[in-house]
Design a protein around this ligand. Sequence first.
Ligand code: IPM
Ligand code: MG
Length: 365
Amino acid sequence: MNSFRITVLPGDGVGPEVTNQGIKVLKALETKFSHLNFEIQSLPVGGQGIDLCGMPVPPETLVACEEADAILLGAVGGPKWDYLPNKQRPEQSLLTLRSHVVGAFANVRPVTLSTSLSDLSCLKRENLSEGIDLVLIRDMSAGIFFGKPSGREVRNGETIAYDTMVFYQKEVERIARLGFKLARTRRKKLTSVDQANVLENSRLWREVVSEVSKDYPDVTVEHLYVDNCAFGLIKKPGSFDVIITEGMLGGILSDVAGGSVGSIGMLASASVGSSRKGLFEPIHGSAPRIAGQDKANPLGTIRATAFMLEYSFGLINEAKFIEKAIEDTLQEGWGTYDIAKDMKKLISTSQMGDLIVEKIIQNNM
Ligand code: IPM
Ligand code: MG
């Protein structure tokens, strides 16, 4: 028996709806493969943590995350908690869990769209001739999200706010190595994204990436400014293989990439460090406007579940069953409101989860 402990953090807004579909998929895999056993424990986080325990990451949640083999998170945040000072906001729980619990220094976001599904994309068909198959890796330990000092104060009678971007050479180096190693297993192309025409941080980033590239002569490196990369992702997304960049820059680019596959609801994200443990989540937020309506796209979360199986548990074959079920469902034209093209095939969050489960059970590979 292969047993794995998974802590599920449904969180806020559409979070519980989408993580429920992830749980359904895990249960379906247990049914299909008798050697699998997932011990699932759900705990509050984000706004839910604040409401129930007065903090975005309650102590019990922290312990459960520390003890788990992997973590599946829905989404956090919402207008209800927007009044809180920065350090107490639900969003901080993401950064805390990613960096402290998992020891993550990278946030990995795969983006794929087969050519036969190019109608789903927000881009024109002519820009998608090669399909899309890229992986965006963002730093998750340094950069502007983590730099100190960060805060606000009154100077000369006026309020000022500041955030700091700081990188140690080593922090750039480990992201670069992760990117090069991954590129080696793929199409051997690495795009390093920065704003080196303006930022000193970016100039250091570029120097370090160039230096590291000498150890990977088989991988082609290209350096792009972030604005140019955003344009490239619209114009010719198929030309990218592995992208490495700072956290905020990558956060922006990953939503652009979401548009290229039809919706940010389609993409998964893994925060990983040097161990196999990871925090897996969809890249979308809590979408308070549609929360509780069974409308959200659960595919990002279901893909995050597949990512977890593969990365943290080494269940590569089982993860493929999930990916295949998603691909088949999309090929048949089924879609939640954000991607549905044919209103007769518009389905709800839970119906999408059910369809994926049905296909996992039926498919033989
Ligand atoms: C995401 C979110 C977060 C990120 C924020 C809230 C810190 O936008 O998961 O995409 O940028 O990682
Ligand atoms: Mg984001």
